[in-house]
Write a protein that binds this ligand. Structure first.
Ligand SMILES: [Zn+2]
Length: 420
């Protein structure tokens, strides 16, 4: 089975996608860097640009009450429901050009190509450029996608940015009707599923020499702040066996975390470690460190965490210290629907590649649709696995292959839906 669209055609269209990514990169709050946050002037300019591209691509565009920019391709059969396709248009501070952006712009071009090719769908396809995924302005992530998934929380209106502007005021200023935010919800619609294409943001595809891959699930993270208390003392007078060095205990804990994570095949990170009082001639009495632990399988992650906590207690006590753990985040893993994984894998095979299954260690808009509809996700190789950084990069060839794969995924999905 060969792909419906040929690669030469996709290469030309891929150039358009990459050129548009460059164009959106200029819509930023900070000159020379990419910084585009929720409900800002640059977000508004971005939506206006994307709206125009949606229109040119034959989609019917509108902005919802959460500030998401949406474009609909009507289906032939009004009762067949809607396939949601999306990713985000906001960024972290000093971001790359493709995180989220590619997943909005590539589907717009894909639908144009398929229409030009005479392809029609029984179900409607709505492309959504989510307004907030990163949470860079109000500190809470997935605001755009959670509005679309019908899980917006009323208390979010009171969230404030660093300038003290509330989310509610920012919405009104942006031109949204905050009192009608529930209208952004698609949860009550008949949904075929939610499909997202995103750069991998990791090095696995590159290591496997593959341009695209199928996501099996999005890892759920648990995060802790761990306070280790020992005894500060004079670096010259307290003999080694009598010390209660909190940093030595913390160092042993870091190594333990690495060891247990490898054993259980999960990822665990100590990303922050502060030591007090913090002088060269004082034994550290206090350490505050963080732990972020993730897996595509919650039981596997929790088993690793339990082992870390059990062993940590003994280890820290052996160093004469105590530890207090505070959980700051706990999210479950979100699995991609098996049938949608199959559809993505069939598409990748049709394009001529091995469908490598990948776990997403990073969070994505797709997570918001857990329990709302079935989820499918494709990853595209990015250079060096680098993301959330200006060096984020993808090649024209990979973009063309990703475009070909995405078109094929939509066609395989159509085949699957119409055969049931
Ligand atoms: Zn992203």
């Amino acid at each position: 089975m060969a792909a419906t669209l040929d690669l030469t055609q996709c290469r030309q269209a891929a150039a358009e996608i990459l050129q548009r990514c460059e164009q959106l990169a200029t819509l930023t709050a900070v000159r020379g860097k990419i910084d585009r946050r929720y409900l800002t002037a640059e977000h508004k300019a971005c939506n206006a640009e994307v709206k125009q591209w949606m229109q040119q691509g034959g989609l019917r565009p509108w902005q919802d009450e959460a500030g998401n920019i949406c474009g609909s391709l009507p289906g032939r059969d009004a009762s067949a429901g809607t396939l949601l396709v999306g990713s985000h248009l906001d960024s972290v501070p000093d971001a790359g050009k493709y995180d989220g952006i590619l997943g909005v712009l590539l589907p717009i071009t894909a639908l144009r190509l398929l229409s030009e090719h005479g392809e029609q769908f029984p179900f409607a396809i709505d492309v959504i450029g989510f307004a907030d995924e990163e949470g860079s302005r109000f500190g809470t992530t997935l605001l755009g996608s959670r509005a679309a998934a019908g899980s917006w929380r009323q208390d979010w209106f009171a969230l404030q940015d660093t300038a003290g502007i509330s989310l509610k005021d920012a919405l009104v200023e942006f031109g949204c009707d905050a009192t009608a935010i529930s209208r952004a919800s698609r949860a009550a619609d008949k949904l075929v599923g939610y499909l997202e294409i995103h750069i991998e943001q990791g090095p696995v595809l590159e290591a496997a020499d593959l341009p695209v891959g199928v996501v099996t699930s999005i890892a759920g993270a648990r995060r802790y702040v761990i306070d280790i208390v020992g005894q500060a003392g004079h670096a010259g007078t307290v003999p080694m066996p009598l010390r209660k060095d909190a940093l030595v205990a913390a160092a042993k804990l870091v190594l333990l975390i690495e060891q247990v994570a490898c054993k259980h095949d999960v990822v665990a990170t100590v990303g922050k470690l502060e030591c007090a009082p913090g002088a060269p001639n004082v034994i550290p009495g206090n350490v505050r460190m963080t732990l972020d632990i993730r897996s595509g399988l919650d039981p596997q992650r929790d088993a690793a965490l339990q082992e870390i906590r059990d062993a940590a207690e003994l280890l820290i006590a052996a160093n004469g210290c105590t530890a207090a753990w505070k959980e700051t985040h706990n999210a479950g893993a979100v699995g991609c629907a098996l049938w949608m994984q199959d559809v993505c894998a069939d598409a990748i095979k049709a394009v001529g590649y091995e469908p490598l299954a990948l776990l997403s260690g990073a969070g994505h808009d797709a997570m918001a649709f857990k329990g709302v509809c079935d989820i499918g996700m494709l990853f595209v190789r990015c250079l060096g696995g680098i993301s959330h950084h200006p060096d984020e990069s993808i090649t024209l060839e990979d973009t063309a292959i990703a475009l070909q794969t995405f078109c094929e995924t939509l066609l395989q999905l159509r085949k699957r839906i119409t055969s049931v």
